[in-house]
Design a protein around this ligand. Structure first.
Ligand SMILES: [Fe+2]
Ligand SMILES: [Fe+2]
Length: 193
């Protein structure tokens, strides 16, 4: 369903080598960025009323995810800290095409968000399947479902505002670009991406 062109390298989920503390802190910031990104879309494109109405509750959901990750960090006695550099997101942002109509601009942002949701969903699935901790397994299973819903939201919004054929074509370009990004990113057991 997600149509990602490169599955996560199995070495990423070498649980023995993975730092759960670092992963959780990095994950908390992914949720913060997801919430912030929806807020930005609402502020930048307020005239797209349906999008605003769809994203307002998503902001609350992402922030609830942030809160849940923080809870996991606290209850394990892990240390929260500063945000990590997110090379993955930085590279995707570089692919956002400038210019065109406002709807084209909005489409670019919706597709970038859809892609980040799709990849998160894929990674959460891997964590759900591979972690030993029962509580965290359950936790990642729930988040996987939620992020899959967000992915669908973003794609549907893009297609409702722009020509669906054009959106599909651009989506294929985004998927191909993301594949290249994944191929070149170092595999780290302390980051979500
Ligand atoms: Fe989330
Ligand atoms: Fe999400």
């Amino acid at each position: 369903m997600l149509r990602l062109q490169l599955p996560t390298d199995p070495r990423w989920v070498d649980v023995a080598k993975m730092s759960l503390e670092e992963i959780l802190v990095d994950h908390a910031y992914c949720e913060q960025k997801a919430a912030s990104s929806c807020i930005s879309l609402i502020i930048k494109f307020p005239e797209y009323e349906r999008m605003v109405d769809v994203l307002v509750p998503v902001v609350a959901e992402e922030w609830a995810h942030f809160e849940s990750v923080m809870e996991q960090i606290r209850k394990r006695g892990y240390k929260f800290g500063f945000p990590r550099k997110d090379e993955y997101v930085v590279q995707l942002q570089g692919f956002v095409r400038k210019g065109g109509s406002r709807t084209d601009q909005l489409t670019e942002h919706l597709l970038m968000n859809a892609l980040i949701e799709a990849r998160s969903c894929e990674r959460f699935k891997i964590l759900w399947k591979n972690l030993a901790d029962e509580e965290l397994k359950q936790f990642y299973h729930e988040l996987m479902i939620s992020e899959a819903g967000h992915y669908v939201n973003f794609i549907q919004l893009a297609k409702s505002y722009n020509d669906p054929g054009k959106v599909d074509q651009r989506w294929a370009e985004w998927l191909a670009f993301e594949k290249g990004v994944m191929e070149h990113l170092a595999i780290r057991g302390d980051r979500m991406h």
